[in-house]
Design a protein around this ligand. Sequence first.
Ligand code: AMP
Length: 300
Amino acid sequence: MLSGRAGSRAPNTVSTDMELHHDIAGLRRSVATARQQGHSIAVVPTMGHLHEGHLTLVREALSRGSFVVCTVFVNPMQFGRNEDLDSYPRTLEDDRRNLEAAGCHCLFAPSVREIYPHGLDVHTRVSVPGLSEGHCGAGRPGHFDGVATVVCKLFNIVLPDIAIFGQKDYQQLQVIRAMAADLCFPVRIIGIPTQRAASGLALSSRNSYLSSEQRDTAAAIYRILRQTADLLKDDGTVDYRQREQNALDQLREAGLEPEYFSICAADTLKPASPEDRELVILAAARTGGTRLIDNISVTL
Ligand code: AMP
């Protein structure tokens, strides 16, 4: 059934027969068949409401693996009590169509019950201390435990060779890289550059909460990230804490409510010191109640 579909066709060919599984057993059978046929398995974990950023990940997966599984699961374990779990956009039919048009081979869209049959009060959680603690982890306690736990489960369900994530969620990517290395997952983790609107605003499922005015306001996040990155490269000032304060003021002046703006060492995510050459600047800010994140990498 699989032969002639995965691997043997051109990556851009429109597929009309993408598989859809809601249950773990069905997905496992499908992946096992693909593997028996010699395919390499690439997975793209998402929470759905797919946009061009997600589809770029899928295209990358198609160029690196010959059987591509995209997962759509709004993971309740990574949402805090007062967050947008209930209102998070769920558009599975559109997602299915977009994935099929992109040439994805298999969509795994499990229910919460399928992933957490006994509820969220699980016996085992995966925690990546250190990397999970600052930045988004400070404002969203338990968030990265939820992410690491569900990605660990998805890796054990799909058994991929390759997993594709976006650099837009930079801290998440570092957490997942560390989790995969520490737990000896035989999975190659690939990070893909952030896809943006013409204004510079990072594409995000949560952008659908924004009015057009709020979208304009939100574009200041990347503008200020870029300006700060340019300053770090150009004038060599290493008073990073002062730079962070200036950027927080600029975000407020642009009409945003900043949560953090952190100039960090790219690998540890600790506050950057003058000796660090590879930096990442991480930012989170709200407009109209919508929380947005973005980042920029800087090599000095
Ligand atoms: P999400 O559905 O928001 O959990 O995102 C699923 C995956 O898509 C994550 O690896 C994200 O980092 C990635 N992603 C989300 N937005 C973008 C974007 N604008 N560019 C690249 N990757 C993205």
